[in-house]
Design a binder for this molecule. Sequence first.
Ligand code: AMP
Length: 546
Amino acid sequence: MNGLMLQKQLLISSLIVHADRHHGDTEIVSRRVEGDIHRYTFRDCHRRARQMANALTSLGIRPSDRVGTLAWNGYRHMELYYGISGMGAVMHTINPRLHADQIAYIVDHAEDQVLFFDLTFLPLVKTIAGRCKTVKAFVAMTDRAHMPLDTGIANLLCYEDLLERSSSTYVWPNFDEDTACALCYTSGTTGNPKGVLYSHRSSLLHTFAAALPDALNCSARDVILPVVPMFHVNAWGIPYVACMVGAKLVFPGPGLDGQALYELVEAEQVTFAAGVPTVWQGLLTWLEQGGLNFSTLKRTVIGGAACPPAMLHTFQDGYGVEVLHAWGMTELSPLGTIGALKARHLALGPEDRCALQSKQGRAVFGVDMKILGENGQELPWDGVSSGDLLVRGPWVVRNYFRNEGGNPLRIDADAHGWFPTGDIATIDADGFMQITDRSKDVIKSGGEWISSIEIENLAAAHPAIASAACIAAKHMKWDERPLLVAVKQPGAQVTAEELLAFFEGKIAKWWTPDAVVFVDAVPLGATGKVLKNQLREAFQDYLLPT
Ligand code: AMP
């Protein structure tokens, strides 16, 4: 027997409609690429998102078409989030920090029809425009006065001109909630970047869960600063959460240094901020150097990479800001676990409390997790046994876009599909998960992925190199940096500088290893694979000051 409740599809557009109707005068404040601070309201945002839907229609965008963005966190990006997904097209956020060749690959793979970009990324767009065969129009996210001249980009349009020409009368269409709403490529896997295609339903369910008190704990009384980029898994869902709860939003644009962030936090009375450890390190250094304090900031969610215990301690005990350590993935929309304490933990002393909060946290409702041992057996939740972390849930990826890399799921004895995260973890009796290592062959530097395999392939292409392994070494500022361990061809001569010069122009500059260590041989396993864990153990402190 079916229930007798109304059917209403869970659609992204309902979030901005709700924000307009119930929190219409709540502000969205943005630091703009043009240099100034822009402010308007959810009502303005909704009006302009409707204009954008009309503008996209006039550009020939139809439901399910992909529309790309190369943009910072800002109000125009927010309008695209709602305009594109709301009309039934797919919002494809692109990470501008990738190498131009990778971006061209992604645009082509996604078959983006229109590409929106912030002026910061004009040089990048100029490089790739000729290779983006599916893109019918490039739109500079600025006004007429700031439009660049003589760019050589065919069919370059101006964002504000587009909106000005478009009516704000638009009724958001109703459609199946399983329709795709957004696409985000992850380079945190081996091989080519892979697209994770979110649906309206998965995103709405994720939004409900993310806003909960033991998750991001957001309300209409909050002022939220998402420093985590809108091109990284939808800024951890905050552009959606803010609309659901009616929180004021503060977008930092390109200003990610300590001073710019601090000024924004204080001027806009931010209560809650979200970002990766590297960005927070810059902010903490600025505070420390200036002898400053936060006057309104109460909570921060730190994720994307492990939050160092010292940072946790400084935020909480030095500045009175509660830290929520979170773990997630592009493949998880991204929220998986968050370190909200249970009642009995409130009595813990500062050291034990900090140790618990340094774990990656408890699963939010909707996410199931388990850890498997070497033979695929399920391991106990004893806080000691560590194994491969697998997850499942309604906002966990089922397959990558266009089946790239094949089916990623592992099927268990009950025929349930589980997504292998590539992380190795323990889970304690309270359900707190802790990442202890990583089985995937990638390096995460400042919250961004570096493919060790690509670096190894390039190194191996050097005539003086017999074999090479690239590993993550600990780094004070960037958390991890690539370190190349290389074996020379017999009799060959090459210096570290010469080898590093060989990478120039072939990969993004920040992917270049920080150092090269020449060894006689790299340790190999039974199947001939390099034993990276042994290398990591031997060289993990190599880049740290001694
Ligand atoms: P991404 O898809 O770029 O968000 O990367 C997801 C991966 O980042 C995870 O599988 C982890 O390897 C890593 N990661 C994310 N959050 C954390 C965290 N809090 N601690 C340690 N690693 C993390």
